[in-house]
Design a protein around this ligand. Structure first.
Ligand code: SF4
Ligand code: SF4
Length: 441
């Protein structure tokens, strides 16, 4: 369990805010038209009893002004999420982009990222997204039976058909989109099938795979060490990623972009992993509720991690507060020795603190539930990653890895074809060919 923010001091003089940070805005709070059984956010409705769960226009303006003012970088992204943000209606977002233009600093570029379940999209939404260059994240868990396993509506009915209709509208209007796939007990054994579906049938070039590690408790908070049976296991997650990687690295590099592969390539190239879960510290990806309450992270929208309300405390002061700094540092400072000595720590960094519910083999708490999977995956991709990183360093396309691996494979096949019975087996097992792969020749 992370140290609760409420036990930490509030803003200290001299605590500097980061030059840039990210807020995931939830203008309708946890309200959604669907009822995905694994959703970690639906239960947050109970934090605001009696609320209408609608961000007011005044608050939108205040947030826009402060968010832009607080960023010391030339590009700013507004991230909209939920619940389901389309339930705010299109007029709210028309006003949002007007306000962004009103408060934009000279030379500043503003982007909008919008995460949706896709079921309420129509031509009007898509024309708007296209006109204002919104990047849409749409949630699809794979082909129909896999998607419908947990992604159901309030009546328990499947949603695949409606989501795919929304996706077609995005494509028709040439809206930029990526697909966010949650990986859970229902689809984790079907990695290649999911990947090929997203690539060939959904037609996306950009994918993210988010593992479902769902705590089994009544509060919906990050409490307790048990997970639900919808959660995957670490080992399953590792196999899922390896299966997809093996196909990707042989045919799709430079054409299909899988977030965790890109993040890994950055790390193998000596750059910081560009995703909070794999960074050494975190704390610059926050979440804001419909009423202006700011929380340390989207996965810690809980009273103990509430930093304050934007209408009472300036956004920048909350982001730069000692409490938030400690939240981010705790990720590094609580890392067990087992992780600190791990050979893939440079990319893993122990993963997200919300999933650190296991005990290490030597009895220290704080090991990530997904550790097996991280280790398996990051070890598996080491060699191709080294090849791609070397290509990048030599200013050549990392996609060259596909040709190099294909040449290696043909050479290996030739060695098998010409091996004699008593030769060492070309597979490298150390056994004679006749006792290994040549047994059936
Ligand atoms: S707690 Fe996890 S999800 Fe939240 S910012 Fe840190 S690493 Fe990212
Ligand atoms: S792979 Fe496991 S041991 Fe290694 S850093 Fe990640 S969580 Fe820690």
């Amino acid at each position: 369990m992370m140290q609760e923010l409420s036990t930490l001091p509030t803003a200290l003089p001299g605590a500097a805010p980061p030059p840039a940070f990210h807020v995931m805005m939830k203008p309708r709070g946890a309200i959604c038209n669907l009822d995905c059984t694994y959703c970690y956010f639906l239960s947050k409705e109970t934090l605001y009893p009696g609320s209408r769960f609608r961000m007011s226009d005044d608050l939108l303006e205040e947030y826009t002004r402060q968010y832009i003012e607080a960023q010391a970088v030339p590009e700013v992204t507004f991230a909209w999420q939920g619940g389901e943000p389309t339930l705010m209606g299109l007029d709210f977002f028309k006003r949002a982009v007007e306000l962004q233009q009103r408060y934009r600093k000279p030379g500043m570029q503003i982007h909008n990222a919008f995460q949706t379940n896709g079921t309420l999209l129509d031509d009007g939404w898509c024309r708007f997204f296209r006109a204002h260059d919104f990047l849409i994240g749409i949630s699809i868990d794979g082909p129909q039976p896999l998607h419908d396993r947990y992604r159901v509506d309030k009546g328990g009915k499947p949603t695949f058909g409606r989501v795919m209709a929304g996706l077609e509208l995005l494509k028709k209007h040439r809206v930029e989109f990526n697909i966010l796939t949650t990986v859970h007990a229902g689809n984790v054994e079907h990695g290649l099938e999911v990947y090929r579906f997203l690539r060939d049938e959904a037609g996306t070039r950009f994918m993210q795979f988010i593992p479902i590690v769902e705590r089994a408790n009544e509060t919906g908070f990050q409490e307790g060490d048990d997970v639900t049976d919808r959660s995957l296991t670490g080992a399953q997650y590792g196999e899922f990623l390896c299966a997809i990687f093996d196909e990707w690295v042989r045919r799709d590099v430079g054409r299909i972009f899988v977030q965790i592969f890109d993040v890994a390539l950055a790390a193998w190239s000596g750059l910081p992993p560009g995703l909070c879960i794999f960074q050494e510290t975190c704390g610059d990806a926050l979440a804001m509720e419909h009423n202006g309450d700011l929380y340390a992270c989207d996965h810690f929208v809980e009273p103990a991690y509430r930093l304050g309300n934007i209408q009472e405390i300036p956004l920048l002061e909350m982001v730069g507060s000692e409490r938030q700094r400690q939240f981010g540092l705790h990720k590094r400072d609580s890392l067990p020795r087992y992780c600190r000595e791990c050979e893939v720590r440079f990319i893993c960094n122990g993963g997200c603190p919300k999933d650190r519910i296991l005990t290490t083999p030597d009895g220290e708490p704080g090991l990530n539930y997904l550790c097996d999977g991280f280790k398996r995956f990051f070890t598996h991709i080491d060699r191709p990653m080294k090849i791609m990183a070397a290509e990048l360093a030599a200013r050549r396309p990392p996609a060259n890895v596909m040709r190099l691996l294909a040449e290696e494979e043909s050479a290996r096949q030739r060695r098998f074809a010409t091996a004699q019975r008593n030769d060492p087996c070309p597979c490298g097992s150390g056994r004679k060919f006749k006792q290994c792969h040549g047994r059936n020749r």
